[in-house]
Design a binder for this molecule. Structure first.
Ligand SMILES: Cc1cc2nc3c(=O)[nH]c(=O)nc-3n(C[C@H](O)[C@H](O)[C@H](O)COP(=O)(O)OP(=O)(O)OC[C@H]3O[C@@H](n4cnc5c(N)ncnc54)[C@H](O)[C@@H]3O)c2cc1C
Length: 413
């Protein structure tokens, strides 16, 4: 049992990544003031636990704030200045200071060298103990109002309210959160909430029974759009996933939500080869390897099983050789390789990272302090704000950065 002071200096709402980081930073900056973390669930840091497939992709090895900010479909402008104050180098150094060393994978993602999210959780919990920060679980904030020079916080099933001079909202996604109503009371502007970072559901003969096949490099775009996302693609039981798909879901989160996630998208299976080059490549193969069966000569880097399926779906018989490929079949194969159209019938998470776009409107928050421009004393950090990044450690980095800035500002109050 924790005994809280009659008025807390800071109440952090949410015991997730950003809430813990804000509390730890604050406790380090001011040792003579009070802070407590209130978590609605029975466990802290649940998303950290499952993040990165249980390995926790803590951040990304991108140390130039300008480059880093480009990875945020929503919030890149606001985060640019913020990253000048706390960026992945600071994250790496902070974790190292408390015994958690990070390693970088070939795609830039950074994980604890232990490959266990528990390492991050243990670090946060032991640091909170060292800093004597009260951590209160089963404390769901249900109502917030203004008192005399403080905020009055009512938690579910708690007999008495808690008073706090500053409140740091670190609640994560506000989707289905009763707090949206409370924020309306304070006239805090919000953006509508839509999912981001999801896989596409597709039922299509070109993909069926190919679950597990990974293509190292495709370009994928929404039909009718020029801009495509490039990267690996994974065929799943339900459709397609992988970095290129997740990136598209993130950059087009709002547009895709407006279609109720029923939309047509186009895959270029060979983005490094231009249309004209591919035509030349076909002519070359026909001339030099004309006796070879088409199904047996996949064009690098298309995986063999996928190639066989594409060829079959073009109506090209197993026994057809390059030398006997008709003009119309050549055209169909070229089209199927460079601009294959698919229809998505919905979205799924495929156990990957997913986040909510929308939430606290960015303009309503001063990113120099993370304080509400509408209600002084209310601070917002992490996913509850309308900022989100593509997959790769960028979402946690936004949580660390906004938490650091809020902690500094709350300490200076
Ligand atoms: C499966 C999965 C894997 C992911 N992997 C990665 C990854 O590897 N790298 C990465 O960068 N990002 C990853 N993400 C995204 C990342 O988890 C989030 O961006 C990050 O957790 C946001 O931190 P947060 O503190 O804002 O919110 P959260 O971590 O969601 O924490 C919010 C906390 O607030 C609590 N809360 C909510 N409402 C109340 C209330 N009324 N009262 C009290 N408490 C409340 C919640 O219970 C929760 O514990 C992943 C997401 C998912 C779903």
């Amino acid at each position: 049992m924790h005994t809280l002071p009659s008025i807390l200096d800071v109440a952090v709402i949410g015991g997730g990544a950003s809430g813990f980081f804000a509390a730890l930073q604050y406790a380090e900056l001011v040792t003579d003031r009070s802070i407590a973390v209130f978590e609605k669930g029975s466990h802290f840091l649940q998303k950290v636990k499952i993040s990165g497939g249980g390995r926790c992709n803590v951040t990304h090895s991108c140390f130039d704030p300008r480059e880093l900010a480009k990875n945020y479909p929503r919030g890149s402008r606001e985060l640019l200045a913020a990253f000048h104050r706390w960026q992945p180098l600071d994250t790496v150094a902070w974790f190292a200071r408390f015994g958690v060393t990070l390693k970088t994978e070939s795609d830039g993602r950074m994980f604890p060298t232990t490959d266990h999210s528990a390492t991050v959780i243990d670090c946060f919990l032991s640091r909170a103990r060292e800093c004597h920060i009260p951590l209160l679980r089963n404390h769901a904030l249900i109502e917030i109002s203004r008192g005399d020079g403080c905020f009055v916080l009512q938690f579910e099933n708690q007999p008495t309210p808690v008073l706090a001079r500053s409140v740091c909202f670190a609640t994560g996604s506000l989707k289905a959160s009763p707090l949206m109503k409370q924020l309306e009371k304070f006239n805090q502007p919000t953006e509508s909430l839509v999912p981001s970072l999801f896989a596409f559901n597709v039922t299509d003969a070109r993909l069926s029974d190919l679950a597990g096949v990974a293509h190292p490099l495709v370009a994928i775009r929404r039909d009718g759009q020029q801009a495509s996302q490039v990267g690996p693609l994974l065929i799943t039981h339900r459709g397609v996933s992988g970095p290129a798909v997740l990136r598209l879901s993130s950059w087009e989160a709002r547009q895709l939500a407006s279609t109720n996630h029923q939309f047509t998208f186009v895959i270029d299976w060979l983005p490094e080869i231009k249309d004209a080059e591919l035509r030349e490549r076909f002519a070359e193969i026909r001339q030099n390897q004309g006796a070879k069966l088409i199904r047996n000569t996949p064009i690098h880097p298309i995986p063999r099983r996928l190639w066989e399926r594409i060829v079959a779906c073009c109506g090209i018989d197993d026994q057809v050789t390059w030398g006997h490929l008709s003009k119309s079949a050549t055209k169909s194969l070229l089209e199927s390789l460079k601009s294959a159209r698919f229809h998505a019938t919905g979205k799924t998470t495929n156990k990957d990272e997913f986040v909510t776009a929308g939430g606290i409107q960015r303009h309503s928050v001063d990113f120099r302090t993370m304080e509400s421009r509408v209600t002084p004393g209310l601070f917002f950090v992490g996913e509850c704000i309308d900022i989100d990044g593509i997959t790769g450690g960028f979402n946690f980095q936004a949580a660390w950065t906004t938490a650091y800035i809020a902690a500094t500002a709350m300490a200076n109050r």
